[in-house]
Design a protein around this ligand. Structure first.
Ligand code: HEC
Ligand code: HEC
Ligand code: HEC
Ligand code: HEC
Ligand code: HEC
Length: 342
């Protein structure tokens, strides 16, 4: 069997090479290809999936609950990296809001999602260990469930709400992702200022078509609810090497005065990275190595949205572009990029 990291390099490679060909000087209208999605998987390293046995919504929304249980949203409280950081804080309460939020759309009727949400109480229906829970995003006033369709069901009142339709979901993501606090950089602000046409979910939640739920009738062998176009609640994030590689595009490879120059751009919807705890290093291997052939990217030397940088090396007409990622809490750097250039 091929290891996941090998499969990953292949998709990343295709994306980078396409861009190398597509973003030549003067072709302003060249668009990067859509983000490639990897299948949901258990979180890496120390991170395990969150148990959903006592999640009420999981009784019917089996597939969605399974996807969510592998995301950092489900893990926002139990995450050992988070737990370690908050133990060091004197005012721990200021760190709870977005990690164990109250429902963002309740109680005010029709309200836009509340930004910088307050922490919810630790209850048996919605315990802190569910982190950013289903209710945080979907529960409206008077127990209504808000979503993209307003589909009739006996299970609960469903209402179509702007936060789940068209570009409305950006406001939902921005509610928690625009604040700089602790190790977190409010990258949502970059996204807004850049006026991006893609939505957050276009890059982070895979489109899928399937029934949203099982129903008592379908459990008993009767007809299932209809298949509908939706999105995976498994979040693509930088811990996935294949996804992280897609943050970078090779914009130009040039030979001049015995040097090989490679220009690398940022194709994410915001600056890279979004955490003070994350470090990336990109370097050219194969020629003379030195300060000009490598670049460290972190919260002090970050790559702005739409920004780029040049790596150079001498003594070769071909080189490998190699990237390593040191994730928060990770024991060692992980190679996420390995691309042959000439
Ligand atoms: C305004 C909302 C908000 C508040 C308040 C908040 N966080 Fe977060 N936190 C986030 C978001 C959003 C992320 C994901 C950022 C990312 O991965 O780039 C995050 C991620 C983290 C992570 C990284 C987890 C991982 O494994 O990747 C840590 C650690 C963390 N927060 C600690 C804190 C601490 C400490 C505080 C209090 C000082 C705090 N947070 C308060 C929104 C918040
Ligand atoms: C008893 C089964 C059951 C339970 C429990 C349940 N749901 Fe549902 N839900 C359904 C069915 C059935 C549909 C409609 C499916 C369809 O018609 O496509 C639905 C639809 C939805 C929708 C889409 C709303 C829309 O129309 O836009 C959302 C969002 C949703 N549920 C969230 C939740 C959340 C969050 C919970 C837990 C608080 C939950 N559900 C609990 C069965 C259930
Ligand atoms: C209620 C607050 C909240 C909302 C709303 C929210 N997030 Fe998050 N998000 C978080 C927190 C907190 C984390 C980090 C969890 C942790 O590991 O501690 C996170 C993590 C993530 C990550 C993983 C980052 C990584 O380091 O791997 C992505 C991607 C993400 N969110 C995207 C989104 C998108 C897209 C939306 C809108 C559909 C959204 N978020 C809405 C709070 C929120
Ligand atoms: C961070 C916010 C967030 C959380 C947490 C969240 N959802 Fe969603 N959910 C969304 C967004 C955004 C969409 C709309 C996606 C789209 O445009 O297709 C959505 C769509 C849905 C839909 C409609 C079908 C689909 O796949 O798009 C259902 C049903 C649903 N969610 C149920 C749940 C359940 C059950 C949970 C918990 C296991 C949950 N959601 C957790 C943000 C969230
Ligand atoms: C064009 C695709 C694209 C769009 C649009 C996009 N992202 Fe990202 N995002 C990426 C890529 C690629 C990465 C991996 C690079 C990185 O970690 O910064 C990423 C990383 C992240 C991370 C983890 C950052 C870190 O380093 O800890 C979070 C959180 C996140 N995105 C949230 C969002 C939110 C919220 C939005 C909308 C406001 C959004 N993204 C829009 C592609 C996108």
């Amino acid at each position: 069997m091929r290891s996941p990291s090998r499969r990953i390099s292949a998709t990343a490679l295709a994306s980078l090479l396409w861009l190398g060909a597509g973003l030549q000087e003067g072709s302003d209208d060249a668009q990067p290809p859509p983000i490639v999605f990897s299948p949901p998987r258990a979180l890496d390293g120390a991170l395990e999936r969150v148990a959903v046995d006592d999640l009420a919504c999981a009784a019917c929304h089996v597939a969605i609950a399974d996807e969510w249980s592998r995301s950092l949203h489900a893990y926002a409280f139990e995450d050992p990296v988070y737990q370690k950081e908050i133990r060091r804080k004197r005012r721990r309460a200021s760190c709870l809001g977005c990690h164990v939020p109250v429902p963002l759309h309740a109680p005010a009727e029709g309200a836009t999602p509340r930004a910088r949400p307050a922490p919810r109480e630790d209850t048996s229906e919605d315990p802190h260990r569910f982190g950013v829970s289903c209710s945080s995003c979907h529960l409206g006033a008077q127990g209504k469930i808000l979503g993209p369709f307003g589909a009739p069901t006996d299970a609960h009142v469903s209402e179509r709400h702007p936060s789940f339709v068209g570009t409305g979901s950006n406001a939902l993501c921005l509610a928690c992702h625009s604040t700089t606090i602790g190790p977190v950089i409010g990258i949502g602000k970059d996204f807004e200022q850049a006026g991006r046409s893609e939505r957050c979910i276009d890059c982070h939640m895979q489109p899928l078509e399937r029934p949203l739920a099982t129903s008592p009738a379908s459990e008993a062998g009767g007809p299932s609810p209809p298949a509908r176009a939706g999105r995976s609640h498994f979040l693509q994030g930088p811990r996935d090497p294949a996804f992280l590689a897609q943050a970078f595009v090779v914009e130009e490879v040039r030979h001049a005065d015995g040097e090989l120059l490679v220009r690398i751009g940022n194709r994410a919807g915001h600056r890279v990275p979004g955490l003070t705890l994350r470090t990336l290093e990109l370097r050219l291997e194969g020629g003379e190595e030195g300060p000009a052939s490598r670049r460290r990217i972190d919260h002090e030397a970050w790559l702005p949205v739409g920004g780029s940088f040049v790596l150079r090396t001498r003594g070769t007409d071909r080189a490998r572009l190699v990237g390593h990622h040191t994730a928060p809490g990770a024991p060692a750097p992980v190679r996420f990029l390995d691309l042959e250039l000439r």
